[in-house]
Write a protein that binds this ligand. Structure first.
Ligand SMILES: [Mn+2]
Length: 358
């Protein structure tokens, strides 16, 4: 089944006969056409009868030979009027969650609110199950990330700053065959690691600091994302204690992954390990997120998600403990749900590494 067919089937299950998909990554997922529309309208209207329509501004280059209808417009055209002409006004229109209000509101003029539904799940849940080709690309992106982590570790030395290391990562990725970052890299020394989203700054490395790298690349459109935490020079008792807990939380959650388990159960498993040791309050985010063509895709591994794991899903498992003003540890892997368990896409070691002072 093609990806469009899978999305159409999911629409049918929702009772939707037409849907406007405006997330350019979702359009790429379905068609292989890559456009970054910025503020301009770009979207694909999926129709039950297979007569799909792509609305695209003249500004953008797209391949000539595509099997569906294209409607071109220019900057001065009333593009949403054009979309209206192709929408069956007698039926409900599904839209995705990314459709901006300035595009949706003109479509709604003269119609009832109930004529529109958020049908995003049809495409989001479909994207959540990676096909074989996607799985292979995700493996490759994570393999590159494993190699990059080793190169980052080699850059850790006395007197270096977070920014100095972070600034070298794009070159490392490109040398390893990746195209870009999948997100802005996080490099944290010492107390900065207590901020899960710390941005690299001029902090200088000191003996006894933790060194946290949360990094990811894009390879052939697919994203990797991994976190490792090292100790520099020496590991304090506190750092050893929280490292061990986070490591065990990561392994405990991964050990539970198999088709049918609720995603909230994975979150609970990891959180229990940390909470039982008294650090529950210091693990202040969900356990993980889905990932693929985007670094954060629809779907998370949190206490609120009662959906079950299914073969083909790829998500992160990233428990952490954050002690403000002091230190922090996070260990993150990407995992692929298989028919009977999980395949961990990252292979970089997770046992505590103390980097020798140099
Ligand atoms: Mn992540």
């Amino acid at each position: 089944m093609t990806r469009i067919d899978r999305v159409m089937k999911a629409m049918e299950e929702q009772g939707i006969t037409q849907m406007l998909v405006s997330d350019p990554v979702s359009v790429f997922y379905m068609t292989g056409i890559h456009v970054e529309p910025g503020e301009r309208f770009y979207g694909m209207l999926l129709k039950e009868n297979g007569d799909h329509v792509l609305f695209v501004n003249h500004l953008f280059m797209i391949p000539k030979e595509v099997s569906f209808r294209k409607v071109w417009y220019s900057d001065t055209d009333p593009v949403m009027d054009y979309v209206k002409e192709y929408v069956d006004a007698s039926r409900i229109l599904g839209v995705d969650k990314d459709l901006k209000a300035r595009f949706l509101l003109p479509l709604m003029e003269g119609r009832k609110t109930e004529d529109f539904v958020n049908a995003s799940l049809a495409v989001d849940l479909t994207r959540g199950i990676k096909d074989k080709e996607e799985q292979e690309k995700m493996r490759t992106a994570s393999r590159i990330n494993d190699q990059a982590m080793e190169k980052l570790r080699e850059l850790v030395k006395e007197g270096t700053t977070e920014k100095e290391i972070a600034d070298q990562l794009l070159g490392i990725y490109q040398e390893l065959g990746a195209e870009d970052f999948s997100f802005s890299p996080i490099v944290s020394f010492g107390a900065n690691a207590a901020d899960p989203h710390h941005m690299p700054d001029d902090t200088v490395l000191r003996s006894g600091d933790v060194v946290l790298f949360d990094v990811g690349c894009i390879r052939e459109g697919y994203c990797s994302d991994m976190t490792r935490t090292f100790c520099y020079g020496q590991a304090t008792d506190k750092n050893r204690e929280i490292y061990d807990l986070v490591h065990r939380a990561n392994e405990a959650a991964i050990a539970k992954i198999k088709p049918g388990i609720m995603l909230c159960e994975l979150d609970r498993t990891a959180r229990d390990v940390i909470a039982k040791a008294g650090y529950g309050e210091n693990f202040n985010h969900r356990l993980g997120h889905f990932i693929g063509l985007s670094e954060h895709e629809f779907g998370d591994v949190s206490s609120a998600n009662k959906r079950t794991a299914e073969p083909g899903m790829i998500f992160s498992i990233e428990p952490g403990i954050y002690l403000p003003g002091e230190t922090g540890v996070r260990i993150e892997d990407l995992v692929l749900v298989t028919e009977d368990g999980a395949e961990v896409l990252n292979h970089y070691p997770k046992t505590l590494q103390i980097i020798e002072e140099k």
